[in-house]
Design a binder for this molecule. Structure first.
Ligand code: V47
Length: 365
C-alpha cells in the first residue's frame, strides 16, 4: 500500500494519519483534487478502525416529518412547500399520535422528527407533539428539530435558545439531528437559501445545544453549487466548533438529490464523489466519533462500500423517508434491520444495534 500512497502523492498526509495528527486545509484540498480514492479509503479506514474498530452501528428508528410547510423554500429542497401548495401538509397532534401508534409493536428506539419552518404553528404545538410521542412510547429517544427549527422555536417562544431547549427537553426532546447545516458558505447560502439561518448562527446554536448538555449531529449537503474550498471551510468550521464543545456525535455527508428542486438542471452526485466525501470527512474530522453513511441518500450499495472508506454507521430503519424521496431518491423508504445486518456483515464488519447516543443495544456477531 505504501507504493499506492506514494504514487497518489499522499505520503505526507499518510504520515500525519499514522501519527494521529490533524490534517490541514491544504491536505484536504489535495485529497479532494485527487481521484485516488483507494489510497484515501485506506487512510480513512485506519482512522475508522482506530476510533471504532470493526463496529458498524445502526438503529431501529422511525422518521416523522410533522409538516413540510416552510417559509425558507431553499432551492435544493423538494420537501418544503408554501401553504396552499397541492403537496403541502401539516399533521395535527392527533395524526402524530396515530403515526406513532401504528408502529407500536415494532422495537423502535428513536423517533427522528424534523419539519419545515412553519409560518404560524404555535410554540405549544411542538411541545404537545413531543409530549404525545412520549405518552405513547415513554422509553423512546426523540431526536428532533434541526438548529434551524430550534432558532425558529426560540423566536416563537420569545426566549433564549437555552430556555427554549429546557422547555423542549421537559416535553421529551432527547437530542438534535444534523440537518439544516447545508454548506456554511455565505455565497452558497445567498444563492440557495437566502432566508435560512446563517452558517455562523447554525454553529452557534449547535454549540449552545452542547453547552446545555445535549448532543447533536452535523451534516453537509454536497454535490450542488459548492466548491471544494467551500466544502473544506464547512468541515473546518465543524472541527473547530467540536474542539470547543465536543457535543457532536456523528457527521453525515448528504448527497444532493436534484429532482423536483429549483436546481434540477444539476446532475446529482456520483458514487466516486460519495466515497471521496466519506473518506475525506473521516480523515478531516478527527474529533468526530462517528461518520454516517446514510443509505437513503447513498443507496445501500454505496453505503455498504462506505464502511471500508471511513464510515462506521449506516443510520437505521428510517421507516418513512420523505425529504430525499420528494427529491427523486430511488432507494426504498425503509430498510429491514436484517438487511442492514447482512450489508454490514458482508463488508466484514460487526453490526452493532445502538441507541441514539451510541449505547449498545445488541451486538449481532
Ligand atoms: O436538512 C434537503 C437535506 C436534510 C435535499 O442527524 C437534501 O442523524 C439531499 O439532516 N438532497 C435532512 N439532501 C436529512 C438530515 C439527516 C438525515 C439522516 C440522519 C440525520 C442525523 C440527519 O436533508 C435537510 C437538508 O440539509 N436536504 N433537500 C436534497 N434535495
Amino acid at each position: 500500500m505504501d507504493d499506492i500512497i506514494k504514487k497518489a502523492g499522499f505520503w505526507d498526509i499518510y504520515q500525519k494519519v499514522l501519527a494521529n495528527e490533524r490534517l490541514s486545509i491544504e491536505d484536504g484540498r489535495l485529497l479532494y483534487q485527487s481521484n485516488e480514492i483507494l489510497a484515501m479509503g485506506y487512510m480513512a479506514n485506519i482512522v475508522r478502525e482506530r476510533k471504532n474498530g470493526h463496529n458498524t452501528y445502526f438503529i431501529y428508528n422511525q422518521h416523522l416529518n410533522y409538516s413540510n410547510i416552510c417559509t425558507n423554500l431553499c432551492k435544493f429542497c423538494a420537501f418544503g412547500r408554501e401553504r396552499g401548495d397541492a403537496l403541502a401538509y401539516e399533521m395535527s397532534v392527533e395524526e402524530v399520535r396515530e403515526k406513532i401508534s401504528q408502529r407500536i409493536n415494532e422495537p423502535i428506539v428513536e423517533i427522528h422528527m424534523v419539519g419545515g419552518i412553519h409560518p404560524d404553528l404555535p410554540f405549544d404545538y411542538y411541545l404537545e407533539v413531543l409530549r404525545a410521542i412520549k405518552e405513547i412510547r415513554p422509553a423512546v429517544h426523540i431526536q428532533a428539530f434541526t438548529c434551524v427549527e430550534i432558532a425558529h422555536l426560540a423566536q416563537l417562544k420569545g426566549d433564549s435558545i437555552e430556555n427554549t431547549l429546557t422547555v423542549l427537553v421537559e416535553a421529551g426532546l432527547g437530542s438534535v439531528p444534523g440537518g439544516g447545516a447545508e454548506v456554511f458558505s455565505t455565497r452558497i447560502r445567498e444563492m440557495t437559501c437566502a432566508d435560512k439561518l446563517s452558517g455562523k448562527d447554525w454553529l452557534e446554536i449547535a454549540q449552545t445545544i452542547h453547552r446545555s448538555g445535549l448532543r447533536s449531529n452535523a451534516t453537509m449537503l454536497y454535490g450542488h453549487l459548492e466548491t471544494i474550498d467551500e466544502r473544506l471551510e464547512h468541515l473546518d468550521a465543524l472541527r473547530l466548533a467540536q474542539d470547543q464543545t465536543n457535543g457532536f456525535l456523528a457527521f453525515i455527508p448528504l448527497a444532493f438529490h436534484p429532482k423536483n428542486t429549483a436546481l434540477d438542471s444539476l446532475a446529482g452526485t456520483t458514487g466516486f464523489d460519495d466515497l471521496k466525501n466519506i473518506a475525506i470527512s473521516r480523515l478531516f474530522l478527527d474529533n468526530f466519533p462517528h461518520i454516517k453513511a446514510y443509505w437513503v441518500m447513498l443507496g445501500p450499495k454505496i453505503a455498504q462500500l462506505a464502511l471500508t472508506f471511513g464510515a462506521d454507521d449506516m443510520d437505521g430503519t428510517v421507516k418513512e423517508e420523505i425529504i430525499t424521496h420528494m427529491a427523486g431518491a430511488e432507494t426504498d423508504t425503509t430498510i429491514g434491520s436484517e438487511t442492514l445486518i447482512r450489508l454490514i456483515k458482508e463488508a466484514g464488519r460487526i453490526p452493532v444495534e445502538r441507541g441514539t447516543l451510541y449505547d449498545v443495544i445488541e451486538v449481532h456477531d
